[in-house]
Design a protein around this ligand. Sequence first.
Ligand code: DGJ
Length: 753
Amino acid sequence: MGISFYEKEGLFQLDTKTTTYLIGIVDGAYVGHVYYGKRLSGCQGACALLRIGEPPFVPSKNEREKASFADTFPFEYSVWGVGDYREHSLLVRTEQGHRVCEPVYVSHRILEGKPGLPGLPATFAGKGGKAETLEIICKDSWIGLKIILRYSVFEDADAVIRSVQLINEGSEKLYVERALSACLEIEGAGFEMLTLTGSWARERTVTRCPLTYGRLSVSSVRGCSSHQEHPFLAVTTPGTTQEQGEVYAMHFVYSGNFLGLCEKSQFDSVRMVMGIHPEGFEWVLEPEASFQTPEVVCIYSDRGLGKMSRILHDLYRNHLIRSPYLHRKRPVLINNWEATYFDFDADKLVEIAREAKKAGIEMLVMDDGWFGRRSRDDSSLGDWYVNEEKLPGGLPALVERIKEEGLSFGIWFEPEMVSPDSELYRAHPDWIIRIPERTPTQSRAQYVLDLSRGEVVDYVYQCVADILYSADISYVKWDMNRQQTDLGSAALSGERQGELGHRYILGVYELQERLVREFPELLLENCASGGGRFDPGMLYYSPQIWCSDDTDAVERLAIQEGTAMLYPLSCIGAHVSACPNHITGRVTPFGTRGLAALAGTFGYELDITKLSAEEKEQIREQVGMYYRYQELIREGDYYRIASWRENQKYDCWEIVTKDGSEVLATYVQVLAGANQKSRRIRLKGLDAEAVYMLAEEIFSDSQESEEQSFGGQEEQPKRTGKKYSGGVLMYGGISVEPVKGDYAGRLLHFIRS
Ligand code: DGJ
């Protein structure tokens, strides 16, 4: 790991564990991308990759063709206006209305450590962790704009973290119309683009398409990172699999509007850019003021998507998530949303808690509907006081009763919103995002509070904090259930309305920052109608995010596959719910629902009081299973073995301890087929020389037969004692027999002997 500068060549070398990133300064002015790929021990000859010896040559050798130079040079940060017609990263307007900017290299610094970003989530070195940061300082003297390009590398992570700071050193205002965070130029043939797309209840489905000439993008202008598209973009070599192929990826540490774009241009190079979406964005930069972009995580993998996933998982666990729960066992919770929706009272919650306790569940989470006069989704958001008709004696009384049953207590909020039918809205109709004189657009019968305003942030924070002070509350589910419209803030001047989207997100970050500082032991789970704001930005505040409102175990296989491609399983909010599933109507075996939820934070979302004795017993056994494997799942390396989304038949993933001593593989036969032989499943990441013992095997099928060995909480895992060579497991595989009926699951736990 480290950053070096070779003055003679004008070359910066950024090394991570297995990659090298090279940046060249050309003509003493232009900052160009030289190389990103496998780690190099030396970089002699690399400057030729910039092709500055080829026509049209650098401007000092051929001033008359400077525009052609600009249109082919692989800029580290692309600008508009002097001949680079490809996707630009920066667009700044002057008071005179001109938009041309040409930053040239001025100086650079190499710093120890990784600076934080004021008001923004950011990766950090961590205790004792080593990091280095390169700052390349550029300037356009005509308009007085200084641009700092920042690159950080960590000793133990294979990632390059980029962001940009703009500083107005001129005497006039500048209007920043676009300030993306990263730009990367790569070359190769037949590239494909991989993104995560979807919708509400269908988040993060892996999507691939060929990159042809022109531009392909992912984006959100919805005010949040969104269910529909994800702030992630990967360019892969043709046919890239979990284990093979090259991957260049960008992931945005931000929760608002974003743009990620690839452009294949006339000379076949591909430019990737990522940052805040320019649509509707404009930031007024007064003289001496500065603007900081959020970070982009850049990854290069020479060994397919699996390596990329593991790099990201480690990066987020070691350098982004701050919560004290990161390495702790999370409580097994039961949430009352799918159990009762709005129709509950204190007695019902206590009844759920009582049954839950018997099954080993540790926390009750009271979801939407406990405040104001809320008994449907059309009132009371903003009125954060307890509905005493439902909960007599308020929260202190309820929490005491839940604790007497032996459970801790968690609560739901949707702090960013207000219902038109609420005391808060009646008192402060100007506190919402809206344009004066226009009827604001409702969504789920609610408006978005204008969190660009300090007094609104203060008010919302106080409401949440007062509730948390009022009783012993261990967990908050922070929900956000609508996207933005009618962008207007009563507190911003006309020329600053384009700042609203970003200022709103800064307000959300400030709220959550204050919350986690004031209540450091609080377990915070973010949520946005399921996974509508599942992004690295939110992970800086909460160690887990509710993955999707779709709790159907089969649908979850694909949603969690896409999510786990980027995020550690310990971040993925996953619960067992009742069947027929409330969204799909599908009936899956209870055991398979447990196996799907085990690939996440694990919990329940059903009315346990209505379950049969046999189902309650299964919960008890599943909780035991969670206890046995939670540490391995939280801390281990993730491998995707098979994708039911791709093969339409079966799904398989695996978690291995970092030292290869234990592995937990989950297999789901999604669809049964006639006349099948057993299927060979090759495990990954084991020690080929070692011998492994099959320590426990759990079956789940639609018959839920007597022979299933789930192993209870107090019981020791059932050891089958069968032995396998690591090489056989990895290169030969295990044979998984076909089962009658769909949705059968199987969990296999091997321990190195
Ligand atoms: C959307 C969330 O995703 C659900 O889990 C639930 O909390 C509802 N909102 C409550 O309104």
